[in-house]
Design a protein. Structure first.
Length: 57
């Protein structure tokens, strides 16, 4: 069994968040209506913005 430790993101590793996204792709949303897809994309873009711009602070 492997032991893991969760650490707070440090300033020197903040660049790692650049490759992370919450924005859903079209292929992930095929089962939803166009109205639902717009709502999901809007919320996921808001979450993406928060994670890249505000979460570290």
């Amino acid at each position: 069994m492997t032991d893991y430790e969760i650490l707070r993101l440090s300033e020197e590793n903040k660049y790692l968040t650049g490759g992370f996204t919450c924005v859903e792709t079209d292929s992930m949303l095929t089962e939803y209506t166009s109205k639902e897809r717009r709502r999901i994309r809007r919320h996921s873009k808001d979450m993406d913005n928060f994670l890249h711009s505000e979460a570290f602070d």
